[in-house]
Design a protein around this ligand. Structure first.
Ligand code: FMN
Length: 317
């Protein structure tokens, strides 16, 4: 997959997910594949104000490349300023969020609200792309309440955007409902920019089917990577070799422990373990464990994690 000047072997992309794709998650994902990773979305306003937690979200480890740092905001000047700050973290792309359906974002005129005014979005992308040397990309949906994707995509052609990621839902659909892959196929055909297809991919087979059906340069996977940071690799294996092998129990146990150690290293044991619990639910599900019977939500220490893994997966270090 070619994105701007970058050639990436794996066409399957890890989606940005707030609260999930932090630096520890990215380090773990990188153990499995060389595909494009994303940070969580970062508030342009908070970045301009120098908010410490926001700066933490921008931390990029050498191992994370290729990686996109995603900004969310609504004002072209502030986004351009935030992009200049973001560029100091040396991401491979600065991505602009024009799809988030959260009410808080919409009320601010950010995220998906930008699709109500595509002219404003195009002006923002031009301004940001003209302010930094880092290539700029845009992650958006088909439209606000109806499919407007080809028109919006064409408006973004002359802005300097390196590529577009289209989620096959409308903003008003949130994260549910049927996605429109036909619409993605039309965008790929008609818009003169590399397109990554996103939305509703269930598993490896579905990821490969989405890639083939849409003809997109790549496919981005979000919810299906929870507890499965290896999925962009297994999807790529399926594409190239016709078969794939998921994590075995030992790899799963090792991955969970490394992920937890990294979360605790970055945020301290109490907060790190707190952040880890939601991941653990999904890791255990991936391992076939019945996590309803396990004290995942009371987990607060690494020793507790070891005991829990022993019980759930029957796996020792
Ligand atoms: C918990 C969660 C957090 C998300 N955070 C972001 C985000 O920070 N930036 C963004 O562009 N999209 C975000 N998304 C949307 C995903 O990147 C993706 O577009 C969406 O989930 C559809 O892909 P999927 O069906 O493969 O999950 C988030 C989605 C979820 C479920």
């Amino acid at each position: 997959m070619r994105l701007g000047n970058l050639l990436i072997d794996n066409p399957f992309v890890q989606a940005p997910m707030a609260g999930w794709t932090d630096a520890p998650f990215r380090t773990v994902a990188r153990r499995f594949h060389d595909g494009l990773l994303y940070t969580e979305m970062v508030s342009a306003e908070a970045l301009c104000r120098g908010n410490r937690r926001t700066l933490d979200y921008c931390r990029i480890d050498e191992r994370h490349h290729p990686v996109a740092l995603q900004l969310v905001g609504h004002d072209a000047g502030r986004l351009a300023e935030a992009a200049r700050i973001a560029a100091r973290f040396r991401p491979d792309f600065i991505d602009l969020n024009a799809g988030c359906p959260d009410l808080k974002m919409i009320m601010q005129g950010s995220g998906g609200a930008l699709l109500r005014k595509p002219e404003k979005l195009a002006a923002i992308v031009s301004k940001v792309a003209g302010s930094v040397r880092t290539p700029v990309s845009v992650k958006l949906r088909l439209g606000w309440g109806r499919d407007d994707s080809v028109r919006i995509g064409k408006m973004l052609e002359g802005t300097g955007a390196a590529f577009l990621t289209f989620n096959c839902y409308m903003v008003t659909q949130g994260h549910s409902g049927p996605g429109d892959r036909e619409a993605l196929r039309r965008v790929v055909e008609e818009v003169d920019l590399p397109v990554i297809a996103n939305g509703g991919v269930r598993d490896e087979e579905d990821a490969v089917a989405m890639l083939k059906f849409t003809g997109a340069g790549g496919v981005m996977m979000g919810r299906s990577t929870r507890g499965r940071p290896d999925r962009p690799k297994t999807a790529c294996d399926l594409l190239n070799e016709g078969t794939f092998k998921g994590m075995d129990i030992e790899t799963l146990g090792k991955t969970v422990r490394e992920h937890a150690r990294l979360e605790c290293g970055m945020f301290g044991e109490e907060r790190g373990m707190g952040r880890m619990r939601k991941h653990l639910h999904w890791y255990l599900k991936a391992g076939g464990a019945d996590n309803r019977k396990l004290p995942v939500d009371r987990l607060s220490t690494m020793e507790g994690l070891d005991r829990l893994l022993e019980r759930a997966l029957g796996h020792s270090r």
